[in-house]
Design a protein around this ligand. Structure first.
Ligand code: NDP
Length: 253
């Protein structure tokens, strides 16, 4: 991955931040995107301090213009895109269907589903124009397969990523671009902490964690390792797939 270029959305915290650090540690040049510029700048400074190459671009993935600028910035800064990690996402308002606001539904869909569509549209154009092979990893969830009460918007957006990923995989395979969906289980990130605060420690410690075969939550670094694998030559025959990294949770739910 030395001198290859990785573009990572949602890199201001959690899984995206760990993924940017993991690519940089492998010698890739990274472009990190999210809405919070200060967090991105801090990440870029820490990658550069370790001798890596990185650049930040403030981006709202639900806005077409922002996404176009994000891709243009990557090409202008590093000349190409080899790996695109579409990780940005929100849990949104968690509420039963009778209470869920229309604008909350739209917000989750716009970021989690339309955002990935917009990102792949512009990333694929740049990759095809570059005339080289590439890999795209979208970030779904165990909720790409499983529903939960009060989670209809989030769950629907993550289910939608399966259809989006498999369709685009079929479209881009002839161009040498592989497209896969990473489906994390419970992972200790700011998102996880917000949901934990909402549902209470008991649901996690007594309700969910005992259902995880490995009896613990995952770490963002463990998701980053799986994303690296899906971009590496080690996964050269994997496209249109979902890779569940959940310590066994999905099998017991
Ligand atoms: P965090 O809340 O820590 O990170 C989410 C990231 O997405 C942040 O960097 C945030 O940055 C960015 N983001 C949110 N909205 C936008 C937007 N409109 N435009 C650009 N960036 C945006 O959560 P995680 O690291 O846990 O989540 C990463 C992904 O993993 C998400 O897609 C999530 O659904 C998925 N996931 C997480 C699980 C978990 O247990 N943690 C389990 C399963 C899936 P900013 O606010 O600066 O824009």
């Amino acid at each position: 991955m030395k001198n290859k270029v990785a573009l990572i959305t949602g890199a201001s915290s959690g899984i995206g931040k760990s993924t940017a650090e993991a690519f940089a540690a492998k010698g890739a040049h990274v472009v990190v995107a999210a809405r919070r510029k200060e967090e991105l700048d801090t990440l870029v400074a820490s990658i550069k301090a370790k001798g890596g190459k990185a650049s930040a671009i403030q981006t709202d993935v639900s806005k077409s213009k922002d996404v176009e600028q994000m891709v243009a910035h990557t090409i202008k800064t590093f000349g190409r895109i080899d790996y695109a990690i579409n990780n940005a996402g929100i849990e949104g308002e968690l509420a039963p269907i009778t209470e869920l606001l229309e604008e909350s539904w739209d917000k989750v869909m716009n970021i989690n589903l339309k955002g990935v569509f917009l990102c792949m549209k512009h990333q694929a154009k740049a990759m095809i124009k570059g005339g080289h092979s590439g890999a795209i990893v979208n970030v779904g969830s165990v909720n790409s397969f499983l529903g939960f009460p009060a989670g209809s918007a989030y769950v629907t957006s993550k289910h939608g990523l399966i259809g989006l990923t498999t369709s685009v995989s079929a479209e881009l395979a002839p161009q040498g671009i592989r497209v896969n969906l990473l489906c994390p289980g419970i992972t200790v990130t700011p998102m996880h902490n917000r949901i934990r605060d909402l549902f209470g420690d008991d649901l996690y410690d007594k309700g969910i964690i005992p259902k995880v075969h490995l009896q613990r939550a995952g770490l963002p670094e463990e998701m980053a390792k799986a994303i690296l694998f899906l971009c590496s030559d080690g996964s050269s025959y994997i496209s249109g797939s979902t890779l569940t990294v959940d310590g066994g949770l999905t099998l017991t739910m």
